[in-house]
Design a binder for this molecule. Structure first.
Ligand SMILES: NC(=O)c1ccc[n+]([C@@H]2O[C@H](COP(=O)([O-])OP(=O)(O)OC[C@H]3O[C@@H](n4cnc5c(N)ncnc54)[C@H](OP(=O)(O)O)[C@@H]3O)[C@@H](O)[C@H]2O)c1
Length: 245
């Protein structure tokens, strides 16, 4: 698809993949709107990146999702691309008493919120000449990381959802993409890292964002970036590699 002259909402643009995509898409002359919970970060990003629009929104809250969508339709009616990017990764230990509140929150952010945004945006986007919904899943959608059991399950669910959505929208102008990231060096999972100064490791986030843009421009509807191709091709072998503990 053409990646200039669009108006794009990226959920979760205060760090990592969302921020790297926002900067690169902004440089390609798209109007980019990002959201997140951290107001100071959003303000700083807006200050140093002319053109990026920011809005504080906690996507775990359904009313805030509705308010954000209405605000966008009112102020940026030309919106034609939704990128469901925001996510959190928690650890789930089934041998300990479960923390249901955290499980609900992780599922709300990673799975319910993207579904809700899709519901809110689809009929609006279907009236556009060219539009897209882009879901960020994970290599862990195809091979779970057992310590991140709920996270991996939400990403498998996003993969399944994207298949159904693409089929349902096949006769509309909306293209439906799934981006399948490998391990990318971002703040993901920062909360449960013992050493807070350590990095997530993995692919450089700007290189990752460039490859995403390349995939979108080439209409690769299920874009497995970097090593994730292996996870899809050899799930059992890769399960053993990922889960050596
Ligand atoms: N990094 C990887 O290795 C990797 C691999 C596969 C898939 N992914 C996926 O890529 C996506 C982006 O993650 P990342 O790696 O870029 O991690 P990140 O650096 O931690 O960024 C996550 C973003 O999501 C936002 N977010 C989280 N909860 C939110 C909420 N309740 N409301 C609004 N925004 C929220 C955060 O903003 P605030 O904190 O300001 O709210 C932040 O901007 C996620 O869906 C993740 O699952 C990442």
């Amino acid at each position: 698809m053409n990646l200039t002259g669009n108006t794009i909402l990226i959920t979760g643009g205060t760090s990592g993949i969302g921020l790297a995509l926002a900067k690169q898409l902004n440089m390609l002359n798209n109007k980019v709107i990002i959201c997140g919970r951290r107001a100071e970060r959003l303000e700083e990003i807006r200050r140093v990146n002319a053109g990026i629009v920011t809005k504080v929104c906690d996507i775990a809250d359904a009313q805030q999702r509705v308010d954000l969508t209405e605000w966008i339709f009112q102020n940026y009616p030309e919106i034609n691309i939704l990128i469901n990017n925001a996510g959190v990764q928690l650890h789930t230990d089934f041998l300990r008493t479960g923390d249901l509140a955290n499980i609900r929150k992780e599922t709300e952010i990673n799975f319910i919120a993207p579904i809700h945004f899709i519901q809110l945006f689809t009929s609006y986007l279907s009236r556009k000449e060219s539009a897209a919904i882009i879901n960020i899943s994970s290599g862990l959608a195809f091979v779970p990381l057992a310590v991140a059991a709920v996270y991996s399950a939400t990403k498998a669910a996003i993969h399944s959802l994207t298949l159904s959505l693409r089929y349902q929208l096949r006769n509309t102008t909306i293209k439906v993409f799934e981006i399948v990231p490998p391990s990318v060096d971002t703040e993901l999972g920062y909360e449960h890292r013992e050493d807070k100064t350590s990095t997530h490791g993995g692919m450089d986030v700007n290189e990752f964002a460039s490859q995403v843009i390349d995939a979108l421009q080439n209409d690769i509807y299920e874009a497995a970036i970097g090593t994730t191709a292996n996870l899809r091709a050899k799930p059992q072998e890769m399960f053993d590699v990922l889960n050596r503990w």
